[in-house]
Ligand binder design. Sequence first.
Ligand SMILES: [Zn+2]
Length: 161
Amino acid sequence: MEENKDEAIVLCGSVITSTAIVPGSIKVECTDCGISVWLSPASSQLAKQFKKITPLCLSCGSKRMTAAKTTTGKILDMHITKATMDEVNTYIKQNPPGMDEKKGSVILLRTIRGDFPFQAVKAPPGVYEAYVNPHGAVSVIAENGEMLGLKPGEFEWLTKE
Ligand SMILES: [Zn+2]
């Protein structure tokens, strides 16, 4: 939520990955990348308080937060509804490590954390079994048992099958 009440930035679950959809949600496009996301009824209600609603997917929301912090030093205040968090948590539970194929091992040289809103998911430096999903994304199992996606440059392959 921006201070001038002109614009409400709302984080939305992707239509492709959302598994728990709030009844009454409408399909809208992420303002930044254009993928289809679900705008929940609670988020739609924000239209009464703000002149403009800006729906963002989780990925673009994360990018904007990083950008805002870099340029203004302030954390961008966004709306993340409980429904969206529930969707996200359901998605994680339904996509356990077993879904991805084990492809060898990687080494992390520093602690890696998840992107917003998953900063609590972290993996300290060390050697990990690496899982690769059908899209080629590499993940390891974080401290809390959840999958943590790695970006290029965050890891080195030790053994690759
Ligand atoms: Zn997006």
